[in-house]
Design a protein around this ligand. Sequence first.
Ligand SMILES: [Zn+2]
Length: 261
Amino acid sequence: MELELIKMCARDLLNANYAIAFTGAGVSTESGIPDFRGPSGIWTRDPEAERRSYEIFGKFLRNPKEYWEEVLKSPFYEILEKAKPNPAHYALAELEEMGIIKAVITQNIDGLHSKAGSKKVLEFHGGIDKLRCIYCGCRFPRQEFAKEIEERKVPICKNCRSPLKMDVVYFTEQIPTDVYDLSLAEAMKCDLMLVCGTSAVVYPAAELPRVAKRRGAKVVEINFEETPLTLEGVSDYIIKGKVGEILPKIVEEVKELRKKQ
Ligand SMILES: [Zn+2]
């Protein structure tokens, strides 16, 4: 059953003119990154952390210095920085290298798609390796401000002199218009969307597979279990299992089919 679906997916990828991937927490958890709402998720274990996460954007607006103190206290960024790409990340990078996947839109903030070699990555919820100015939209590598951050000074935008925050998009914060527009354009353009490790319930990211479907694209899910996309008929089919096991098998199958062409 699973093998048949893997073969079908490989054929669909080869037949697509413009395939893209849309990824979520399930791709990161296989790199040892805890999710938020799963059974052993960060917020499941520490509801207080969830409450703080709803307040942190407001804190940045009111008092950037306090905001940065809180960012530096969080153990989360250290976990993310130590994480390494897993076979799912490498498989998507390889599919891009082969000319099959044209872009990866990710809800993950860990930067692991880029680390694995993916070139065109749209970080819908931002990334931990960058800082962003919400006033002029500029982004900067976080490394450029390592000294300020270490000295507990608020990093300042080199373009407009406003305080900078992490590029990561917080609750109550708008998705930056540039990445939102580019992601929507990809969803409208694709004729196949590979939805990996996400149940697509967090809006507005969850719009993307639904937009793709409405525009006539094929939507294929790879996930542990069925999601609202499966139940609502947004996806054409679901391959159930670990993304880190299924995606490499799809890559192998694509290679086999190419040999025969
Ligand atoms: Zn600025």
